[in-house]
Design a protein around this ligand. Structure first.
Ligand SMILES: *Cc1c(COP(=O)(O)O)cnc(C)c1O
Length: 374
């Protein structure tokens, strides 16, 4: 029996593990020199813009909304096809998420529908680069500028992806990255915000840790009710080891995605993702031909699992979760997001996968689908 192939798995090298051990032995394990080094490395990666790290991307985005002054009575425009963190943070800020359906080609927010959703209460647009495929940054920022809106890019999945040859995060307004273990680089858990200037970065630091500023003479002050979001040096050491490999990880992901495009049987009725050179291939997500199948997605996934292959779901359309239904959202409001949410599957894709693993997945996909196609 061949080994079980998960849909994702982090690649942590021995040097990184040794460096984590060094931090643990050093006597300083919370935020310290490794956090500073990781922030410097990320700043380099994002074209010299200031970057600050925290213990999750959710936290980075919570603070980003604070920096934008978004609160009660404000509206933020975003997509229903994302991890629910994207909209939960808006609710937690006391603001209102205004959802716009996705473009079925990209599965990202349909920018052609954004302007119609803008009201006098709109403060920001919160686009998501689903699966690492960037939202059209030219069009996005043209709309934001025209209407005087801030942008918080939820780039949790798109570290290293590009738009017009420029790295996502190296330009634009605030940009949030996630280092959850499933993402293209990890700090175990963690996240980062790319900021516009040092003043904004200092404000971020206050929100990150109890609103406290420490002065050179040893005194301190607290002038806002900040939270507890700081990343530890243990996690930062993992991130430093990962950042060295990020571009190689992404190149490997792209090669594996290309193999999927070459090998997936086009007669199975699967709807493949857009084959874009801008993507960092965070995920590879075909849509199942449910109308042509005599079984459902859960059974399909169980059958793949029985073949030793892990398949994920990212994501159900979030407006159909009970929290959002209770706020007035319902079936039929965002048909493209609902179609993707109901039929999407995430196939195995991670840097340590072998070429032969892709073939194995494609063979299982053919066998399982052919058995259930009407
Ligand atoms: C992973 C993810 C998040 C949340 O990141 P955390 O680091 O787990 O808080 C937010 N948005 C999207 C699109 C994600 O994929």
């Amino acid at each position: 029996m061949t080994e079980y192939l998960p849909f994702t798995r982090p690649s942590i090298d021995e040097d990184t593990i040794a460096d984590v051990a060094n931090v643990l032995r050093s006597g300083w394990i919370t935020s310290g020199p490794k956090v500073k080094l990781l922030e410097a490395g990320l700043s380099d990666y994002f074209g010299g813009r200031p970057v600050r790290v925290v213990n999750s991307a959710t936290g980075a985005m919570e603070i980003a909304l604070r920096l934008m002054g978004i609160g009660a009575g404000d509206e933020v425009i975003t997509t229903p096809m994302t991890w629910v963190a994207t909209t939960n943070i808006i609710l937690n800020a006391g603001a209102t998420p205004v959802l716009v359906d996705i473009d079925p080609a990209t599965r990202n927010i349909d920018l052609a529908k954004v302007e119609a959703a803008i009201t006098p209460r709109t403060k920001a647009i919160l686009p998501v680069d689903l699966a690492g495929l960037p939202v059209d940054r030219d069009r996005l920022y043209a709309i934001a500028q025209k209407h005087g809106l801030r942008v918080l890019e939820d780039a949790a999945q798109s570290q290293g992806a590009t738009w017009n040859g420029k790295r996502v995060g190296s330009f634009g307004d605030l940009c949030s990255i996630s280092f959850h273990p499933n993402k293209n680089m990890t700090t175990t858990e963690g996240g980062a915000l790319v900021l516009n200037n040092e003043a904004e970065a200092r404000e971020f630091e206050k929100w990150r840790l109890q609103g406290v500023t420490r002065f050179p003479d040893g005194t301190m002050d607290c002038d806002l009710p900040g939270g507890k979001y700081n990343l530890t040096d243990v996690s930062a050491a993992v991130g430093l080891g990962q950042l060295k490999h990020l571009d190689a990880f992404n190149a490997r992901r792209k090669a594996l995605a290309d193999m999927y495009f070459a090998q997936i049987d086009r007669n199975l009725g699967l709807e493949l993702p857009l084959q874009s050179a801008d993507s960092n291939w965070h995920m590879f997500q075909p849509l199942l031909p449910l109308a042509q199948m005599n079984t459902g997605r859960a059974d399909f996934i169980a059958r793949m699992h029985a073949q030793g292959i892990g398949v994920g779901i990212h994501y159900p359309a979030l407006h159909l979760f009970s929290l959002y239904r209770a706020r007035g959202f319902a079936e039929g409001m965002f048909p493209h997001a609902e179609h993707v949410g109901a039929s999407t599957i995430s196939l195995p894709l991670f840097p340590a996968m072998q070429d032969s693993d892709v073939t194995r997945v494609c063979t299982a996909l053919s066998n399982v689908l052919r058995a259930v196609l009407k």
